[in-house]
Design a protein around this ligand. Sequence first.
Ligand code: NDP
Length: 262
Amino acid sequence: MDLGLKGKTAVITGASIGIGLAIAEGLAAEGANLVLAARGGERLEAEAARIAGTYGVSAAAVAADVATVAGTEAIIAAAAEKGGADILINNAGTGSNETVMEAPDEKWQTYWDLHVMAAVRLARGIAPQMKERGGGVILHNASICAVQPLWYEPIYNVSKSALMMFSKTLSTELIKDKIRVNCVNAGLILTPDWIKTAKQLTAETGGNWEGYLQSVANEHAASKRFGTPEELANVFVFLSSERASYCIGSTYFVDGGMLKTI
Ligand code: NDP
């Protein structure tokens, strides 16, 4: 299936590892040029160079913190330098661990800036570029936790839920400019971060990190397995394309059967 993504320009945040990197590769494999963002410049630059070399596309690396105004401005400027973006993937984010009773205001603010304000600021800067180019696609990587919370990360649950609502609201505002906005809620996706956590948690009890991950999958996902970043990236790539032309203002679950409601 030709997805028609050749020559499009895609901005992807959190693109140096894990899901964001898989989305970057998926879009590059379809011929899209990339503007990749993450805080750590060294890894990002290495991945951008590797992807550009592998797929014959251009890939710019922007070392930027999306939770700050300056960071989002740098990303918007990098996209403008490429002549504007056609696709924006708001992917940067991270889990949390706290209780409502104990977490300070500052922690709530940090996650609000990372999960919500980054998307707000990037939409404000990049949607006008898309409009000028005749339309575009904005995708938000929220989480199944936006609707089915995990007890140990209330701030993550709440901020991802807000991102999901932002996505819906933005969609209504931007569809007149031919910009399709959607949200993706993933379940368990096996990224290096999950492996690192599993190794840490099992270090003092025999080191069976694979067994730990299997127990997590058994507990949460009907499929009893984690998804791969590539399995999730495939959905982002499809939603980025004209083949998904009637997908507007929705949230798509990619969770291996983790969602417990219809
Ligand atoms: P990783 O921790 O593997 O990667 C996160 C990426 O985001 C890195 O490139 C990191 O680079 C970047 N990043 C983090 N904070 C910032 C910041 N403030 N500014 C710019 N870049 C940042 O995460 P995953 O790939 O696992 O997750 C990606 C997204 O998917 C997240 O939003 C997460 O909530 C969501 N998700 C993940 C699931 C999973 O099971 N893995 C399930 C459901 C949703 P650097 O540190 O250098 O900035």
